[in-house]
Design a protein around this ligand. Structure first.
Ligand SMILES: C[S@@+](CC[C@H](N)C(=O)[O-])C[C@H]1O[C@@H](n2cnc3c(N)ncnc32)[C@H](O)[C@@H]1O
Length: 260
């Protein structure tokens, strides 16, 4: 996969592809969780992107204020929920608003940020095209956006999208008690609008939102079936096959890295 990333060296995405390749990108799901923060740091360092906005940062922002100071970053946190944002540490700018609302660019500031990123937020936004248009509006020219999100049609997300919210919440909290409402990692309703790793599905929407270039990195696998012996092994074998064959329609997560 690393070799594939290095194709197309003529375009400006080459350095983004190279940054991720240098971080050792494999398409296994552990990597996307462990390397989200290193990817943000490396993008920021390589392109000198200092003014950051974390969308849907919630109670657990990516950087602690001390780290931000050490890295020389000016970080603003956003969330639709004033409650979630109030639980985040102080020491950043905080802006409560719906990232997909028509007012968001004026509330957050047009052309104001060099790097905008979010983790596990896109699936909770009903109108993702509007979200990407707004991200484009608030990025400075040459700015970069990174979204990390779960993708369809991985089995757990298909199940989650088909089940009534009450039932999926009950199942999640039963299997993973730490996900109980105010156990520190609450569940939010998910819509999975534009939650795909397929370039054919994502690129037209990103171009319409105003992005000149984008790189989509797919990942396969997850831990959701870890407590179900038998299912776990069969599902893991299927995910390994899908990863080898690059079956985007059943990937589990993706990074989209887009340049304004
Ligand atoms: C699953 S949590 C992820 C929190 C954090 N990004 C993380 O990775 O730990 C989703 C967060 O997105 C926020 N959110 C949902 N829809 C949003 C929207 N339209 N605009 C901004 N934030 C949103 C939720 O309030 C919540 O804090």
């Amino acid at each position: 996969m690393t070799d594939a990333l290095l194709q197309n060296p003529s375009s400006r995405t080459f350095d983004i592809r190279k940054i991720v390749a240098d971080l050792g990108y494999p398409s296994h799901w552990n990597w996307c969780w462990e390397n989200y923060k290193p990817t943000v740091i490396e993008l920021s360092r390589a392109r000198g992107l200092r003014r950051h906005l974390e969308i849907g940062a919630g109670r657990d922002p990516l950087f602690q204020p001390g780290e931000a100071a050490q890295l020389g970053l000016d970080i603003t946190l956003n969330d639709i929920s004033a409650h979630e944002l109030s639980l985040a540490p102080s020491g950043y700018g905080k802006v409560v608003c719906d990232i997909a609302s028509p007012q968001a660019p004026d509330i957050l500031g047009r052309d104001k940020y060099d790097l905008v990123y979010c983790r596990m937020v896109m699936e909770h936004v009903p109108n993702v095209a509007a979200m990407w248009r707004n991200i484009n509006a608030i990025l400075a020219p040459g700015g970069v956006a990174l979204a990390f999100f779960p993708t369809l049609y991985a089995a757990p997300y298909v199940l989650n999208s088909l089940m009534p919210e009450k039932l999926s919440r009950f199942l999640l909290e039963t299997i993973f008690p730490e996900r109980k409402q105010d156990g520190g990692d609450p569940k939010f309703p998910a819509y999975y609008n534009y939650c795909f790793s397929s370039e054919a599905r994502m690129m037209p929407m990103l171009r319409q939102a105003g992005f000149s270039e984008a790189v989509i990195l797919p990942f396969w696998g997850y831990a959701y079936f870890s407590k179900f012996p038998g299912v776990k092994q069969v599902d893991a074998a299927f995910n390994r096959l899908a990863e080898r064959r690059d079956w985007r329609s059943v990937s589990s997560f993706a990074y989209v890295i887009a340049t304004k």
